[in-house]
Design a protein around this ligand. Structure first.
Ligand code: N01
Length: 839
C-alpha cells in the first residue's frame, strides 16, 4: 500500500496517541474524540461570513449555519457533514464549510441534523430534507435568490445528500441542480469487494462501519433506498452528480457503484478516485493537503457544470495579425477554433495605437501578409510607410476576405487559461465568464500590447484630459488651442510630437532618455515601384524570409567601420541617413551592433545631425543621446522630429536635470516648478514581450503558474513553447527574433510552424507536445550567448526589461536573425520535434 506521506504521518500519530477505535467508544465519547481532531486544525477562511439559524422540524428545532463568501455568490450548497450519522457537528465542520464557501463562491448551509443512536433513521434524513426545503423556501433571507442549488456531503453526509436528490424527486420538492457526493455510504449491505480488502481498512474499517450502521438504522430498514440509495430502482430523475472516492477506503466500491448507476442513467458529471488517499481526507484539508486538491477538483467540476463549457480544438488569444493568420491556418486544417479579442475589431497593434502620426516603420510592401498570392497582388499600399488607418483597413479587409470574424469573440478579454491535467486540455476563461476547453492554446497576444502606466506620484489627480499612445481613443483627439504635455520620447512620442505640435497651442515634452531617430523620408508609393515588387513578389518574399531582419532593404554591408577610410564612412552614413530606412545606418557596416568603437562613429554622426538641426543649443544638447550605443534601444524613424523643437510653441524638459516630482490637478511639477496643462499624453511604452502573457492567469501542468515559472525571466524553447505548459504556443514569444525583425515575417513563420506542428501531432495520433527542460535550458544558453556578443545589454531598454520596475533584466529576443532562426525551427520540426516530448 502506498499512502501519501501526510496520510501515513497522520495514521502514525493516531497509532501513537493510542486512541481507542471509535466503535469501542460510546457515542458521546466518540463525539469528543472527533471534535478534538477538528479543533486541532486551523480555522477556515475568515473572509467567509457566518450566521447560525434554527430550522423547525416536526416541532423540534435543528441548528444550521449559513456561511457566506466575500463577493457575489454563484450557488447555494447545502452540506451534510460526515461522521457515521453518529458523530460530528457543524462546529467541527465549520472549517470545511468555510473552505467550500470560499472556493466555490457558494453560500454554504451546514446542517446539524440530529444524530443516532439517540435519533435513528429516518430522523436524521428527515432533518436533512427539512433543511433542504427551508433553504429553498427562504432563499431571499440568505441571499440565495435565483442561485443554483447544490446538495453535498461526505461519507454519511454523502449518503444523506444522495438520498435528498432522490427524495426531492419522489416528493416533488425543491429543484436540485447538482449533487456532490464525497466517498458516500450508499449500500447498507456492506458487501462490496472493498470491504474485504485488508489494505482498505484504514481510519474507517468494516467494524466501524458496521457499528455506525447499527447505530443508524435497524437491519430491516437499512435496505430502503432512503438509507441505501444505490438500491433505488429508478434514479433517472435525480440531479447530475459529482462523485469522489478514495483509493484506500472500504467505501470506494459503493461510491463507484453509485457513480456507475448515475452514469447508466446519464446523470454522472464527473467521477474521480483519489489515489493514495484514505476515507476522510477531503474533510481534513489542513492536515492532509490533498484535501485542498480534492476541493479544487470539486470546484472545477461544479464550475464546469453550472457555467457550461464550450469545446473547440484550439483557442487563440488575440486578433491582431498573428491571431488572424493563425485562425485562417487552423480552420483550413479542419480544426474548430475560437479567437478571443479584447478590442471590438481586428488589427491588434493597429487597432489600439491610433495616436496622431502612428505608422509602420518597416516598408509596407514588406510589412504585409505573404500567405495569399491573391491578397498580396490585390492590395495596394499608398505610402512607403502606411499610416495606422490604412493598416487597420488592411486588417479588416483580410478578416472579411477570409471570413475570419465569425470565429472571433470581440470585446472579450481572456482572464485565465489553466491546463487540466486530467483531460490534457486547456480551460480558457474570459473576464465575462465564458469558458472554453481546447486541446491547443495559441497566445497571439502581441509583444507590445500591454501599455505601461507610469508610476508617477499624483497621476490620478490631474483634472485635465489624459491619453496613452497605446490606448488611444477611437474618435481621435483634438488638441487645437490646448496646452499639452507629452511624457516619453520613444517611437510613439517621436511620431506623434510633430503632429500634436502643429495643433496644440503649447507643447511641452518631458524626456527621461533622449532617443536616436533618423528621417523616415516617407512618401507616396509610385505605381512603377509597386508593380516591380509585385511582378516578382514570390521570389521577393522567399528572399525576405532568409534575411536577418525579414526585410529586403537595406542590404547589410560586410565591411567593418574602422576598416574603411573616414570619407567612405561618412559617405555611407550620409547615404543611409538620406535613405530613410529603420536599419539603414545599422546595416551600413557589419559591426555597428557588436563593436563599441564602430558604434561610437555612427552615434556621433547622428549626434552631429541633431546639433545642426535643432537651433537652441541647450535643447539640442538635451536631445542628444549619450548614455547608450545607437541601436541598443530600438531605433526610431521620424518625420520632422528634431525640426519640431525649432517651433515657438514647443519646449523640452530634460528629466535627468529636473525630474518630475508630482502630477497635480493642474499640471506637472518638476524640481524647477509647475507647468499647467489641458492634456497630458503618456507615451511611456509597454511591458514588452512578457507583459501581454503574464497579465493573463496562465497555469500549466500541476497548476504551475506562468508568473512563478518566469519569476527570474521568461524561459522557453525557440520562443514558441514553454516547459510545463503543454500544447501552448506563443507567437513571436520571448527569445524568438520577434521585435528585432519585420513582425509580419516572424508572425507568418511562427504560425506556419505551429500549424505544421499541430498537423504532425494529428497525423501521428499524438495529442500532447511540450519542450523538455533540457532543450529549454540549451535554448536559453544559446540566446543569452548570442545577445552577450552584442552591445544590446549596455542599454536600459525595453528589450532588456529595464523599463518596468522589478522586471528581471535579460535580453528578450533572439539576435541570430530570422533566416538562421527559421532554419533552426525547420530542423527541429524535420527531426520529429527534437527537444520536445510528444505523447
Ligand atoms: O515606448 P518606448 P514607445 N517618466 O518604451 C519614457 C514599437 N513602436 O511606445 O527611455 C518619464 O520606446 C521612456 O523613457 P526611458 C517600437 O518597437 C513602433 O514609444 O525609459 N518618462 C521612453 O522615452 C518601439 O520601440 C512604432 O528613460 C518615462 C518612453 O517613455 C516600441 O513600440 C511606433 C517614464 C517610452 O518609449 C515602444 O515604443 C511606436 C516615466 N515614468 C512604437 N516611463 C512604429 O512602427 C517611461 N518613460 C513606428
Amino acid at each position: 500500500m502506498k499512502l501519501d506521506f501526510a496520510t501515513t504521518s497522520m495514521l502514525a500519530n493516531m497509532a501513537l496517541s493510542e486512541a481507542p477505535p471509535l466503535n469501542t467508544l460510546t457515542a458521546d465519547e466518540a463525539r469528543v474524540v472527533f471534535s478534538e481532531i477538528y479543533r486541532s486544525m486551523p480555522p477556515g477562511p475568515e473572509s467567509v461570513g457566518s450566521k447560525d439559524i434554527m430550522i423547525g422540524v416536526n416541532g423540534c428545532d435543528i441548528r444550521a449555519r449559513v456561511l457566506t463568501p466575500a463577493g457575489e455568490a454563484q450557488s447555494v450548497m447545502i452540506y451534510y457533514h460526515g461522521g457515521g450519522w453518529v458523530i460530528g457537528n457543524i462546529d467541527d465542520y465549520d472549517l470545511v464549510g468555510r473552505h467550500l464557501a470560499e472556493q466555490n463562491q457558494a453560500i454554504v448551509v451546514m446542517v446539524d441534523y440530529r444524530k443516532s443512536p439517540e435519533h435513528k433513521f429516518p430522523v436524521p434524513m428527515q432533518d436533512c430534507y427539512a433543511a433542504l426545503t427551508w433553504v429553498d423556501e427562504n432563499r431571499a433571507k440568505i441571499g440565495a435568490d435565483e442561485l443554483p442549488l447544490i446538495v453535498a456531503g461526505d461519507s454519511a453526509g454523502g449518503n444523506l445528500a444522495a438520498v435528498m436528490a432522490q427524495k426531492t424527486i419522489a416528493e416533488g420538492g425543491p429543484h436540485i441542480d447538482l449533487q456532490v457526493l464525497i466517498y458516500p455510504v450508499t449500500d447498507g449491505r456492506m458487501q462490496t469487494p472493498s470491504f474485504t480488502h485488508e489494505e482498505k481498512q484504514l481510519f474507517v474499517n468494516t467494524e466501524t462501519m458496521a457499528h455506525f450502521w447499527d447505530q443508524y438504522a435497524d437491519a430491516e430498514k437499512r435496505l430502503e433506498p432512503a438509507a441505501s440509495p444505490v438500491l433505488a430502482d429508478d434514479i433517472s430523475g435525480v440531479a447530475p452528480a459529482i462523485v469522489l472516492t478514495a483509493q484506500y477506503d472500504i467505501l470506494v466500491d459503493e461510491g463507484k457503484a453509485y457513480a456507475d448507476k448515475l452514469d447508466a442513467v446519464g446523470k454522472l458529471v464527473a467521477y474521480k478516485c483519489f489515489d493514495k488517499q484514505m476515507h476522510g481526507f477531503f474533510a481534513m484539508p489542513d492536515a492532509l493537503p490533498v484535501g485542498f486538491e480534492a476541493m479544487d477538483w470539486v470546484r472545477r467540476e461544479i464550475d464546469g457544470r453550472l457555467n457550461p463549457v464550450e469545446s473547440v480544438d484550439a483557442v487563440i488569444v488575440g486578433a491582431g495579425f498573428s491571431g488572424m493568420y493563425q485562425l485562417h491556418k487552423l480552420r483550413d486544417m479542419g480544426l474548430s477554433v475560437q479567437v478571443f479579442e479584447a478590442g471590438d475589431d481586428v488589427g491588434g497593434t493597429w487597432y489600439w495605437n491610433r495616436y496622431p502620426g502612428a505608422r509602420v516603420d518597416i516598408e509596407s510592401m514588406d510589412y504585409s501578409y505573404s500567405f495569399s498570392k491573391e491578397l498580396q497582388q490585390d492590395w495596394v499600399w499608398s505610402e512607403k510607410y502606411s499610416p495606422q488607418p490604412e493598416l487597420l483597413r488592411y486588417a479588416q479587409h483580410v478578416a472579411d476576405r477570409f471570413d475570419l470574424k465569425r470565429d472571433i469573440a470581440f470585446n472579450t478579454r481572456v482572464a485565465s487559461a489553466h491546463f487540466d491535467d486530467d483531460n490534457n486540455q486547456w480551460m480558457v476563461t474570459t473576464e465575462d465568464g465564458r469558458r472554453v476547453r481546447a486541446r491547443y492554446l495559441v497566445m497571439a497576444t502581441g509583444v507590445l500590447s500591454a501599455a505601461k502606466t507610469p508610476d508617477i506620484a499624483g497621476r490620478d489627480k490631474f483634472k485635465g484630459e489624459t491619453y496613452q499612445t497605446g490606448l488611444w481613443p477611437k474618435d481621435g483627439v483634438d488638441f487645437t488651442g490646448k496646452r499639452v504635455a507629452v511624457i516619453g520620447t520613444g517611437s510613439s512620442a517621436i511620431q506623434s510630437i510633430p503632429l500634436i505640435a502643429a495643433e496644440a497651442n503649447e507643447l511641452v515634452i518631458y524626456q527621461r532618455t533622449a532617443a536616436f531617430t533618423t528621417p523616415a523620408r516617407n512618401r507616396p508609393l509610385g505605381n512603377a515601384e509597386i508593380d516591380s515588387v509585385k511582378s516578382n513578389y514570390e521570389t521577393y518574399r522567399a528572399e525576405q524570409r532568409l534575411t536577418p531582419g525579414g526585410i529586403m532593404n537595406p542590404e547589410r554591408m560586410p565591411e567593418r567601420v574602422m576598416d574603411v577610410p573616414l570619407e567612405e564612412r561618412q559617405r555611407r552614413f550620409e547615404e543611409a541617413w538620406d535613405g530613410g530606412l529603420l536599419t539603414g545606418l545599422l546595416s551600413s557596416f557589419s559591426d555597428i551592433q557588436i563593436n563599441a568603437e564602430a558604434n561610437h562613429e555612427v552615434s556621433e554622426f547622428i549626434r552631429e545631425r541633431i546639433r545642426t538641426t535643432v537651433k537652441d543649443k541647450q535643447t539640442a544638447e538635451d536631445l542628444t543621446p549619450n548614455t547608450y550605443p545607437y541601436g541598443t534601444k530600438r531605433p526610431c524613424i521620424d518625420t520632422d522630429y528634431y525640426e519640431t523643437y525649432n517651433r515657438n510653441n514647443v519646449s523640452l524638459v530634460n528629466l535627468r536635470r529636473t525630474p518630475i516630482e508630482t502630477i497635480s490637478e493642474q499640471g506637472i511639477k518638476t524640481s524647477d516648478g509647475t507647468r499647467e496643462f489641458d492634456a497630458i499624453v503618456y507615451a511611456t511604452g509597454f511591458d514588452a514581450m512578457t507583459g501581454p502573457l503574464l497579465r493573463i492567469d496562465i497555469r500549466g501542468r500541476g497548476g504551475k503558474r506562468l508568473v512563478d515559472t518566469w519569476l527570474d525571466g521568461p524561459t522557453s524553447y525557440l520562443g514558441i513553447a514553454i516547459h510545463g505548459f503543454p500544447n501552448l504556443f506563443t507567437i513571436t514569444g520571448p527569445s524568438s527574433p520577434s521585435v528585432l525583425s519585420n513582425m509580419l515575417v516572424s508572425i507568418e513563420q511562427h504560425v506556419d510552424w505551429v500549424s505544421d506542428c499541430i498537423g504532425w501531432l494529428n497525423k501521428n495520433g499524438k495529442t500532447l507536445i511540450e519542450p523538455t527542460a533540457e532543450a529549454e535550458f540549451e535554448w536559453a544558453e544559446h540566446t543569452a550567448h548570442l545577445a552577450g556578443m552584442t552591445l544590446f545589454p549596455q542599454a536600459d531598454s525595453w528589450y532588456m526589461g529595464a523599463n518596468v520596475p522589478g522586471k528581471p533584466r535579460m535580453f528578450l529576443a533572439y539576435v541570430g536573425g530570422v533566416g538562421a532562426y527559421r532554419m533552426i525551427c525547420d530542423t527541429v520540426a524535420a527531426s520529429d520535434y527534437s527537444g520536445f516530448a510528444t505523447h
